[in-house]
Every structure is written in structure tokens, then in C-alpha cells.
Design a protein. Structure first.
Length: 189
């Protein structure tokens, strides 16, 4: 077996693996902006996506030679610290949230949470990217912020589909439980 054949066999990603990598990167990129848009996160919501976001900001700033990324990193870390403090304060007060709850959206302007997550937050990143470009900041920083529109929208759509699948599975489980209960009672043969 040649070295080329060994490499082909050793690093084949399935579609599921590829999807999971793209989702993790999009999720990490979206967390670069979520602490500015939302509040009341779950205790683990900003965990691994926050780590990916931190690494992403460092790598993009360093390898892209984008000096604006480092002040952004400081502001982002401060926002993350404030969100974590808010979450810990809520936990001490007895507020119960799912550990991976991704925060409340501001629905003062638009009542639909879905619309805010899928359209308004991404639009804010797009506008921010355009404004940073117009303000004369580096093109790379404007692109990083502008691409937040894509990652926020993608993650919102995927999360919505995952929620629909989970709900469908719960409904199926309820139907199965009703059938089995009826079968054990003798109502169904």
C-alpha cells in the first residue's frame, strides 16, 4: 500500500462528521456575537462554543493580521464575563433554566423569537460589517463581523430543525407509551 492510499483511508470524513464540524465552527462564530444580542443564558450555553469563539478570534486576529480583533476580544471577554455573572446570580436566586439555553432574545420590536433569531440578529451583524467597512476599519474585521450574519442564521435554522425533530421524537414516544399501556391493559391485542 502506498502512502497516498494510506492517507485516503486514514482521513475520510462522513457527511455527518463534516456537518458536525461545519456546525461547530458556525456555532463558535455565532457565539462571538450572541453575548451582545441575548441575555439569561443557561449555565453551559457559552461553554464549548465560547471556547471555539475565543480560539477563532485569536486565530483570525493573529493569522489574518487584523489588529481590531484584539480590542474586540477584550470587549467580547467582558461581555462573556457579564453574561456568566448574570447566569450565576440567577442560579443563586433559584431560577431554573436548561443548562444549554441560548438566552432570551429582545422581542420589543418584533414579537416573534424565531424572526429575531433567524433574521434580525443576522441583519445586525451584516449592518455592523458594512458600517465597520465604511468607518475605515480593516476589511478582515468587517468580513468577520459580516459573516456573523451567515453563522447566526445557519445556527438558528439548524437549531430550529433539531428542536422540531426532538418534538417529533417526543410525540412518537408518547404514542408508543399510550399503545403499550393499552396493550398491557388488554385493550389492544
Amino acid at each position: 500500500m502506498s502512502a497516498a492510499q494510506g492517507n485516503e483511508q486514514g482521513f475520510n470524513l462522513s457527511r455527518k462528521d463534516s456537518f458536525n464540524i461545519v456546525y461547530a465552527l458556525a456555532k463558535g462564530h455565532s457565539v462571538c456575537f450572541l453575548p451582545f444580542f441575548r441575555r439569561n443564558f443557561g449555565s453551559e450555553a457559552l461553554g464549548w462554543p465560547g471556547l471555539i469563539a475565543f480560539i477563532m478570534i485569536l486565530l483570525v486576529g493573529s493569522f489574518g493580521r487584523i489588529p481590531e480583533m484584539f480590542p474586540f476580544l477584550g470587549i467580547w471577554l467582558l461581555a462573556m464575563l457579564c453574561q456568566r455573572a448574570s447566569t450565576m446570580r440567577a442560579m443563586r436566586q433559584g431560577v431554573i433554566r436548561h443548562s444549554r439555553y441560548e438566552g432570551d432574545v429582545d422581542t420589543k420590536l418584533i414579537k416573534s423569537r424565531i424572526t429575531v433569531k433567524q433574521f434580525l440578529e443576522p441583519f445586525a451583524c451584516l449592518v455592523g460589517g458594512v458600517c465597520f467597512e465604511a468607518a475605515g476599519l480593516s476589511h478582515g474585521f468587517a468580513l468577520f463581523v459580516g459573516w456573523g450574519a451567515f453563522s447566526l442564521a445557519l445556527v438558528a435554522m439548524i437549531d430550529r430543525q433539531l428542536d422540531n425533530k426532538r418534538l417529533e421524537a417526543m410525540r412518537d414516544a408518547a404514542i408508543e407509551q399510550q399503545y403499550l399501556a393499552a396493550r398491557y391493559r388488554g385493550d389492544v391485542e
